[in-house]
Design a binder for this molecule. Structure first.
Ligand SMILES: [Fe+2]
Length: 124
């Protein structure tokens, strides 16, 4: 099962749960919305995460087709594994690219890309 993300329509923050006790996720005084993975085929190529894995070193990169300007950029690259998750803020970088290191026995389950305009893109 893939990680669930929540979005606040007021402040645009994205949340996820570390531990799920079944309570509603709230932000800005209201319940947040479950963030649905974007499936728009027209935009899928420019938000696609390219993954390179050599040993326990992982590089995730979104192609040059996606702008990295203040008005439209990739905010976070989120690596979900069988042991948890790691994420990198790439919003201030000229390229949406980040390196990750996996622990022994840690395997990639999913990669999530957050765009400030198009929101969530996930591999699966
Ligand atoms: Fe985008």
């Amino acid at each position: 099962m893939s990680r669930t993300f929540y979005h606040c329509p007021h402040c645009q923050q994205v949340h996820t749960r570390l531990i799920d006790h079944g309570m509603p996720m709230t932000c800005c005084g209201e319940e947040t919305h479950v963030l649905i993975k974007n499936n728009d085929a027209a935009d899928s190529k420019m938000h696609r995460a390219n993954i390179k894995k050599i040993g326990n070193f992982v590089t995730i990169e979104v192609g040059d087709d996606h702008p990295m300007m203040e008005i439209h950029h990739i905010q976070y690259l989120f690596l979900e594994t069988n042991q948890g998750f790691q994420f990198k803020d790439v919003s201030q970088l000229p390229k949406a690219k980040a390196d990750f290191i996996l622990a022994k026995g840690e395997d990639i389950l999913n990669v999530h890309v957050f765009c400030n305009i198009h929101l969530l893109w996930s591999l699966s």
